[in-house]
Write a protein that binds this ligand. Structure first.
Ligand code: NAP
Length: 520
């Protein structure tokens, strides 16, 4: 039975008691152990700051990009092994596992390309030079330089590969060393990724560390040059933001949290149209992919009242064809949720949603394929329907992190759809499926302030798009309010979190000389 170790201070470190068992969520079989963190985490951060930071800052963007390319290639070479681990420890189907693992390498690759584009420089100019006084001699210029701390990354259980890569790629390219803390329950993939990278990716000493077995006192040691990027529940995010050391040192914190993502069907996208089919496909994918344990999954399905019965029936028919079971078995399309705790939360959450309306699809006698009776953290897909005009307090306020969505009828008016979406109090992504330009523009502009991303679901992109649930590295990910108020990725935009923007103010030749060094 493997005992997973942390990688801290340039060495593999075993945790102490009590150890936690990692399970296969389909069988409840124990497949690894991880001890509680017993290391000196202040020393681990100091090692990353003093060894990894200077080594990365000495490299140009192009050289850091090459490091990312090496990480990407190393993980690609072990793709099958990582997919197998994601199936075993994450309850992922092979398709779900690819979504996570290939998403990780795709993101590393995108940031490797960005490193090449940014070229042989170590800093960034931010905008043009500015004349500040009556004479052009008095000049200003903004630049961005890497922070001299550690990027502490705390990740959620649902994307152990992508969650690691989407944060690490950006921080390393910016020139900051990373200490990554994956969620414990699904840590096998993140642990194997770190082993592969330590063995194969030739990373500078101290540039990458891994902490397993709980966060320990890590956040008591963060300082003013460090940053914390967190993905997980709003509660944990709020706790991190309010830690005394974080407040005292004004530690930059980015939070990616919950979201009640909505999909709006426009009144023009009638059943039988290409746009309608595109919409159904995306909603169905989001309910079932990764058993709905995707932060970007569609939770609220807003449809004109005139077609809501049809949408409900079409979704229910398609959900009935989804085979739930052990992802290791042939033909299984949806696996279990990740832990017993998640299962309990999801079941309770579905009950809560159903109190707002009625459960129109959801198997009470689920018999997962290839599973011993009574074993595994399985819940079947569930569809709830609200009455037209019903308030739906839980539907608009409670994220069920599992395979569940609610059909919410609306009048067909753009303003009403936008008002319903805004009840989610801030989200990662919502989508509009329509070919009617006026409707789309009105909805998009009304819901944009409440989101990090808005997906325009037109038949014109149906063949090209992976749907709203896929986070692309060149677009920002994050959202206001409930979603945590954070922002990640977005190509070069993501680097900003890991870099300090500094305004240079002085005599033009001196400022321009420094700017010239920065730019070259
Ligand atoms: P969680 O319980 O908040 O855990 C997230 C991470 O925080 C884990 O690594 C966990 O470690 C760690 N953690 C727990 N307590 C902590 C503390 N007091 N201080 C610092 N770190 C702590 O969330 P989860 O249940 O894993 O994730 C599900 C939630 O994440 C969902 O609500 C989902 O919407 C959200 N999510 C958001 C995004 C996004 O990009 N916005 C992506 C994925 C998931 P342990 O595992 O060791 O406890």
């Amino acid at each position: 039975m493997p005992i997973l170790k942390s990688y801290l201070g340039g060495a593999w470190v075993e945790g102490g008691e009590p150890a936690q068992a990692l399970l296969n969520p389909a069988t409840e079989e124990v497949i690894a152990h991880v001890g509680s963190c017993a290391a000196d985490l202040g020393a681990a951060l100091a090692h990353a700051r003093t060894r990894g930071g200077p080594a990365l800052r000495a490299l140009t963007f192009a050289e850091r990009g090459k490091l990312l390319r090496g990480m990407c290639d190393a993980l690609q070479a072990h793709r099958d092994e990582l997919l197998d681990l994601a199936v075993a420890n994450g309850g992922n189907t092979r398709g779900d596992a690819k979504f996570d693992v290939d998403g990780a390498t795709f993101t590393l690759s995108a940031y490797a390309d960005l490193g090449q584009e940014l070229g042989e420089r170590k800093f960034l100019l931010d905008g043009e030079g500015i004349s500040l006084g009556r004479s052009p001699r008095f000049h200003g210029q903004h630049i961005r330089v890497p922070r001299h701390g550690v990027a502490v990354h705390i990740n959620a259980f649902n994307f152990p590969a992508w969650g690691f890569a989407e944060k690490a790629a950006v921080a390393l390219l910016a020139g900051m060393p990373v200490l990554s803390k994956p969620a414990t329950s699904s840590a096998m993939v993140a642990h194997r990724i770190m082993q592969i990278l330590v063995e194969k990716a030739a990373l500078p000493e101290g540039s990458l560390s891994l902490l397993l077995g709980g966060v320990g006192d890590l956040l008591e040691h963060v300082g003013p040059q460090d940053v914390v990027a967190f993905t997980g529940s709003s509660d944990t995010g709020s706790r991190i933001r309010s830690l005394p050391g974080v407040i005292r040192n004004s530690v930059r914190v980015n939070v990616e949290a919950d979201s009640l993502n909505a999909a709006i069907l426009g009144p023009d996208a009638t059943p039988g149209s290409e746009t309608y089919d595109f919409f159904l496909k995306d909603v169905l994918r989001d309910i079932t992919q990764k058993a709905g344990q995707k932060c970007t999954a569609i939770r609220r399905v807003l449809v004109p009242t005139s077609v809501s019965d049809r949408v409900r029936d079409d979704l229910a028919d398609r959900l009935a064809a989804v085979t739930v079971g052990n992802p290791a078995s042939e033909g299984v399309r949806m696996g279990p949720v990740a832990t017993a705790g998640q299962l309990k939360d999801v079941r309770e959450g579905i009950d809560l949603l159903a109190r707002d309306g009625r459960l129109v699809f959801g198997a009470s006698d689920l018999k997962p394929l290839g599973v011993e009776p009574g074993k595994g953290f399985f819940v079947g897909p569930a569809l709830v329907e609200l009455e037209s005009g019903a308030d739906g307090p839980s539907v608009h306020s409670h994220e069920v992190f599992g395979p569940a969505a609610t059909v919410v009828p609306y009048s067909g008016q753009a303003s009403e759809a936008a008002e319903l979406v805004a009840r989610g109090r801030g989200g990662l992504v919502s989508s509009v499926y329509s070919e009617d330009a006026a409707f789309t523009v009105e909805v998009v502009l009304a819901i944009a302030p409440h989101h990090g991303r808005v997906f325009l679901g037109s038949a014109k992109i149906a063949e090209l798009s992976p749907g709203p649930g896929t986070v692309l590295p060149l677009l920002v990910h994050g959202g206001p309010g409930r979603a945590g108020g954070g922002e990640e990725l977005g190509g070069a935009r993501g680097l900003g979190f890991y870099m300090q923007r500094v305004a240079l103010e002085g005599a033009r030749p001196v400022v321009e000389k420094i700017a010239g060094i920065v730019a070259s």
